[in-house]
Design a binder for this molecule. Structure first.
Ligand SMILES: C[S@@+](CC[C@H](N)C(=O)[O-])C[C@H]1O[C@@H](n2cnc3c(N)ncnc32)[C@H](O)[C@@H]1O
Length: 274
């Protein structure tokens, strides 16, 4: 994690909180605790305090429209032509789950509509599955913070978290449980939640699309460049990468080209790369 001058105050404040909780007097004694045998648990508490977990359903509508209307359509068509009916999407830095659940809703809708217009192999099963045969959709959602991952797996949200989910989506993909909304089982089953530190080398491979939004902005430039290179390796040929509104790959890599449509921005791995 990288903290520039604008964020050192935040870092100090969060460290002070941990010191107080541990009844320690100095940053140095806290550092000694972190590197001791007992430090592992504390390090994970500290990480939970240091990560920024802000997120929402349908965040950055223009970008999601680009994904939904153009990119998914292209992917479905290409996959149908090559008879590879599987789609792999990774939400890297998924926080409390709103991003991967949004993607799952968009993919389920998009695929249903695609099948309607391009009937290939028809499935007669009833009730109609969320993902029509022979398609297989896997969405991996990962984060470095265990408590947000638990909330994501739990998949229940209050009214204010649901503000950006319209009536139609609420009806189809959520059950009302008292005051909260719970993601329906069928949608949840499309997603696999996992702990991953994006700084490590071992990351999920063979993705068609990676969403890593509002995560890289907390890394320094060298780390951002390393991550972009790793994402290029984690994507299938011609795969897509989406980063946050305030993040850009401009001048950072020659492995991706930019796609821009109706104010939505995404990146595609350049042709010819394995
Ligand atoms: C601001 S949230 C963004 C959530 C979602 N992607 C969105 O745009 O709404 C950033 C998330 O990245 C996670 N994160 C930060 N550093 C990470 C790392 N090194 N590896 C994996 N996840 C990380 C944080 O825990 C946090 O949940």
């Amino acid at each position: 994690m990288y903290f520039d001058e604008r964020r050192t105050h935040f870092l100090e404040d969060r460290l002070q909180r941990r010191l107080k909780e541990q009844r320690l007097e100095s940053f140095y004694s806290y550092y000694r605790l972190l590197i001791s045998d007992k430090g592992k648990e504390e390090l994970s508490r500290l990480l939970e305090d240091l990560t920024v977990n802000e997120t929402s359903f349908f965040r950055n509508k223009a970008q999601l429209d680009l994904f939904h209307k153009y990119i998914l359509e292209d992917l479905f068509r290409h996959k149908q032509e090559t008879r590879q009916y599987s789609l792999k999407i990774w939400s890297a830095g998924c926080s409390t789950g709103q991003e991967p659940y949004t993607l799952a809703m968009l993919v389920a809708d998009g695929l249903g509509y695609f099948q309607l217009r391009n009937p290939g192999v028809r499935s007669a099963s009833y009730p109609k599955p969320l993902i029509p045969a022979p398609w297989n959709v896997e969405i991996r959602a990962s984060d470095i913070n265990y408590s947000v991952l638990r909330a994501a797996e739990n998949g229940t949200y209050n009214e204010s978290q649901m503000a950006s989910v319209d009536y139609n989506y609420r009806l189809r993909y959520f059950d009302k449980l008292g005051e909260r909304y719970a993601v329906k089982k069928a949608l949840k089953e499309l997603i696999q939640f996992d702990f991953h530190n994006l700084k490590t080398e071992y990351l999920p491979q063979h993705n068609d699309v990676i969403f890593c939004r509002n995560v890289m902005m907390y890394f320094d430039e060298a780390e951002q460049k390393r991550l972009i290179e790793k994402f290029a390796r984690c994507l299938n040929p011609g795969g897509y990468l989406f980063v946050g509104h305030a993040e850009s790959l401009l001048g950072m890599t020659d492995k991706f080209s930019m796609i821009y449509r109706n104010s939505g921005t995404g990146y595609q791995k350049v042709a010819g790369l394995p």
